[in-house]
Design a protein. Structure first.
Length: 284
């Protein structure tokens, strides 16, 4: 995202098959976990909620590398069709991100509205949602949960209002780590706060769910930062690991670490494993 000058058009990859190719259903698990349930998960490494990612730029499904908009690879032209395929393959959630909105370069609001009404599974929505109105709009259109990223770091009062208005089950805090600090505004700026400090603050405010991303690993298929995610989970937050998942072994590591969930993107789109295989691994 520090790239200057005109952005190169995203590279295109033609998928030989839908994002996943077979049918299965993951075992159902409650979205809201008690502290006792979380402690058991930390000890025994039980099932992990899987969130297939649908990141949208210019109306298309893309994946970035290390959060840089100019390093985008396009995988599909119809995000709704991708979500429906994920649902058919057994996904219990889909993670939708409006990259244009995150970078302050327009938005995909109407696409998001259609996506929320047609995905067929609960949707977690993020990407540039920095006002109460934008968040209320997504929830009103049917988002099950919205992700607060930049504003969680820069506007603690807003976080408190949102938690009071919508409840912690409808909000997740996105904590993006870059060089040991929190990255904000589409990962283009680094805030003078460590991920653990931000996690402690939002926990005190009443947050329950955190999505932790190591920016350097995102889209790189280099493995997730499980240690960083687990440090946040140890505070008592349901922590979803994002960025770097490249193999079923990575999902097993996330499960063994007692994390609440994992967001998976490029590995699915490039056929490292199928969604069905990932769901089976996450539930094992």
């Amino acid at each position: 995202m520090g790239h200057s000058g005109s952005a190169d058009p995203p590279a295109r990859v033609r998928l030989g098959a839908p994002p996943a190719a077979h049918a299965a259903r993951a075992a159902r698990a409650p979205a809201r976990r008690s502290d006792r349930r979380r402690a058991r998960r930390l000890i025994s490494g039980t099932s992990v909620e899987l969130y297939p990612a649908v990141d949208v730029q210019g109306g298309r499904v893309v994946r970035l590398r290390q959060g840089e908009a100019w390093r985008a690879t396009a995988y599909a032209d119809d995000p709704v069709a991708v979500a429906r395929q994920f649902a058919r393959d057994g996904a219990r959630w889909v993670h939708f991100v409006d990259l244009d909105r995150a970078f302050g370069k327009g938005d995909n609001r109407e696409l998001a509205r259609r996506f929320l009404s047609a995905a067929g599974v609960p949707v977690q929505v993020g990407g540039g949602l920095r006002t109460e109105e934008a968040i209320a709009e997504m929830l009103g259109w049917g988002a099950t949960r919205v992700v607060i990223g930049t504003k969680a770091a820069t506007d603690p009062a807003l976080v408190e209002r949102l938690l009071a208005q919508h409840g912690p089950e409808r909000l997740a805090v996105g904590i993006d780590a870059k060089d040991g600090h929190v990255a904000v505004r589409g990962w283009t700026q680094v805030f003078d706060l460590t991920p653990l400090e931000l996690a402690q603050r939002v926990l005190a405010q009443g947050a329950r769910t955190v999505i932790y991303t190591d920016v350097a690993r995102d889209g790189m298929l280099a493995g997730p930062d499980v240690a960083g995610a687990r440090a946040i989970a140890a505070l008592g937050l349901d922590t979803i690991a994002s960025g770097g998942v490249a193999s079923l072994a990575d999902l097993q590591t996330i499960r063994a670490a007692g994390l609440a969930g994992a967001i998976v993107g490029r590995a699915l789109y490039e056929g490292r494993f199928t969604l069905v295989e990932a769901l089976e691994c996450a539930a094992a």
